[in-house]
Design a protein around this ligand. Structure first.
Ligand code: KIV
Length: 266
């Protein structure tokens, strides 16, 4: 695969071809996933849960994110590498800039931050300094203690309208990508129409510009024994990791995944 850049992603959005993102935390999976056609590898702070066994993403450090980013970089074959800024790593502007720089130096091509319109100033500063930013909205797991659990966001019209406005504000601030987690499918479609940057969804229906899943979820592996509604186990039919990842890529490209049953209504 030729190196995936922001221009590639914009081209895919314009063509109406879905973008495929998958979480990834090490070199071997990075090689396997990028060779299977995954265009974006996300070093998500979900690693705190699926690799480290914590019950939330909050304990993850910048050093751990940098370590896994460097591992993924060594195995990657052309995908764009996106790394999460973990909990409180963007508590101040100075921390945002220094921690983002550390993750870019470790191998990230883009930084992902969780939040709403309050992120605008830091997104602007990062973009001005050459760091592309993905703004993660909707169910942002770092705010699980504010939400009172992992709950669908944007079900009330007032909250939905606010999310549309926030998405436009973050695009105007310079966000290169938006990611929507656990929002009603019709709201995700509305936001995707309202902005010109690509929008990736997880639990957000099929009308976003692309999809992401947590690697362990789509391979049918679960520490808690609970599988979110928006997950499909691609190992069940394929029994081989490389084939399961290739099937995920094909299903997203063919708009067969996610199906209606993986989405949420308002
Ligand atoms: O940390 C992560 O893996 C994520 C995805 C669930 C989008 O943010």
């Amino acid at each position: 695969m030729a190196d995936v850049t922001l221009t590639t992603l914009q081209g895919l959005k314009q063509k109406g071809e879905k973008i495929v993102m998958l979480t990834c935390y090490d070199a071997t999976f990075a090689k396997t996933a990028s060779e299977a056609g995954v265009e974006m590898l996300l070093i998500g702070d979900s690693l705190g849960m699926v690799l480290q066994g914590h019950d939330s993403t909050l304990p993850v450090s910048v050093e751990e994110m940098a370590y896994h980013t460097a591992c993924v970089k060594r195995g990657n074959r052309g995908a764009m590498i996106v790394t999460d800024l973990p909990f409180m790593a963007n508590a101040t502007i100075e921390q945002t800039l220094n921690n983002s720089a550390a993750l870019m130096k470790a191998g990230a091509h883009m930084i992902k931050v969780e939040g709403t319109a309050w992120l605008a100033e830091s997104i602007r500063l990062l973009a001005e300094r050459g760091i592309p930013v993905c703004a993660h909205m909707g169910l942002t797991p770092q705010a699980v203690n504010i939400f009172g659990g992992y709950k669908v966001q944007g079900r009330q019209e007032a909250q939905a309208q606010q999310m549309v406005e926030d998405a436009k504000a973050l695009e105007a601030a310079g966000a290169a990508l938006l990611l929507l987690e656990c929002v009603p499918s019709e709201l995700a479609a509305r936001i995707t129409q309202a902005v010109s940057v690509p929008v990736i969804g997880i639990g957000a229906g099929s009308e976003t510009d692309g999809q992401v899943l947590v690697l362990h979820d789509m391979l049918g592996l679960s520490l808690s024994g609970r599988t979110p509604k928006f997950v499909k186990n691609f190992m069940a039919e394929h029994g081989d990791i490389a084939k399961a990842i290739a099937a995920y890529v094909a299903a997203v490209k063919a708009v067969e995944f996610p199906a209606a049953e993986h989405g949420f209504s308002a």
